[in-house]
Design a protein around this ligand. Sequence first.
Ligand SMILES: *[C@@H]1O[C@H](CO)[C@@H](O)[C@H](O)[C@H]1NC(C)=O
Ligand SMILES: *[C@@H]1O[C@H](CO)[C@@H](O)[C@H](O)[C@H]1NC(C)=O
Length: 534
Amino acid sequence: MGTLPKLHFLLLISKVLFFSMARLKPVVAQQLYADSRWIVDGDGRRVKLACVNWPAHLQPLLAEGLSKLPADTIARKIREMGFNCVRLTWALELPMNETLASLTVTQSFQNLGLFESLAGIKSNNPSLINLPLMEAYKSVMTSLRNNQVMVILDNHITTPGWCCSGEDGNGFFGDKYFDPQVWMQGLHKMATMATGFSNVIGMSLRNELRGPRQNVDDWYKYMQQGAESVHAANPDVLVILSGLHYDKVLSFLQNRPVSLSFTKKLVFEMHWYGFTDGEAWQSGNPNDVCKAVSNEVMSQSVFLLEQGYPLFVSEFGADERGTNVNDNRYMDCFMAMAAEFDWDFALWTLQGSYYLRQGVVGKEEFYGLFNYDWSGIRNSSYLRRISVLQLPFQGPGGLQTVAHKVIFHPLTGLCILRRRRPARLVLGPCIYSEPWSYTPQNALWVMGLPLYLRAIGLGRPARLGTSPTEPGTKWEMISASEMHLSSKAEDGSTVCLDVNTHNTVMVEACKCLSSESSCDPASQWFRLVDRTRL
Ligand SMILES: *[C@@H]1O[C@H](CO)[C@@H](O)[C@H](O)[C@H]1NC(C)=O
Ligand SMILES: *[C@@H]1O[C@H](CO)[C@@H](O)[C@H](O)[C@H]1NC(C)=O
């Protein structure tokens, strides 16, 4: 108990200092390491990768959006949105096809008939237009470096263009456009180029392996060779390996580890979208689907954290219009797991639109943080929700505190907070959460204080009682998802925690526990998330 007043003191200080510290603290460009499941700096302190994808692998071979904003402005906005890192994609032909690599930005856009975009680049990024494509790519890396944004170079595809399909000849080693030798030379070249950039902290060897040729033996053979090729050229970068079946499956690593000549640099990556499971979210009961899909993801990739490897969830995201039921339900479940496991991530995606995608000029990207013309943020509530994942809950370094729980609400990305005047429980930023404990008697206790989460009756706000023996203070996680926090209220009814439109925490009838698919339980979903740092 002696440490608890200090804990509250620290919570208070952190409230005061948070904005100044979080905003000013530079991400020092540096070498990072894999230390058990954490990515850490040279002093062993966790650096949580909070990345956003920025594609540069489509046909024009230039990072998207440079016709709309200066590269420096985009890099600065990435920081302002709370990200510390970019997964910058590249096509293998960029380093390996001399015909292409010798093109200037102007020639590349002219060849594709993209005159409007070219005019935009000329006015927003005039210094780029006469550069060869590789130099323009490096110039984007420089802008990111100047804004303290770390970079992961991701070999996304061989042939410039939209990725991916199983039959595009880019899917697996030995496919028409995927010669392992050319790939390794390309990795070597890019890794060598990256030695000039202190902000490049990782290389992702190949995006979304797939297609009829994929097999585990070739995965080990070539991924190990590719990793060695990167390491030989640039020993400072993390080496990031992706799985089979569009980067969904890494389960073969359960009992066959990767064998490499170097240590402390191996990271795995996986992708998880709503559509990864087809229309399952929309056609099933969200509690059941969340349970089934979480179990699947656990056994396919997330188990790696427990085996002591960092896992970089390098693509996830949703349609930000909020009208895609499948995406919405997936995201509710994803947020719970992402907070619980506190993994490193890269959101799909930054761009509000493309120069050219799948034959469509100026195609809009509804998963993008920027709006169509990159003049603002597409959906600020979506960004606010994601932002809870940008700061670490756990891991070495930072301000450490007594291990405790926060009561996380995946639908909003907020946590239950205690408000004193008027005395209420509300949702608010998780950084302000009291330290909760889930006691062996199933009470939710505000650590160090005689305060226990309590249900008085249906339709009434949740309260704090003063003793864990009062009625309405025993809480269980029910339903298949185990995300409904349920109690027997003082008035005898079985209730679940919920939130109203003013973000007040309420006690309501439990909903959507059964197998119906039309019902959406997400307002009642809570996850107790471990936290050890402030
Ligand atoms: C190199 O790029 C050119 C221009 O896009 C293309 O026509 C050619 O097929 C590419 N060569 C290889 C080997 O991929
Ligand atoms: C932003 O997302 C929320 C939640 O999904 C949705 O309700 C809202 O309509 C979206 N706003 C815009 C401008 O798309």
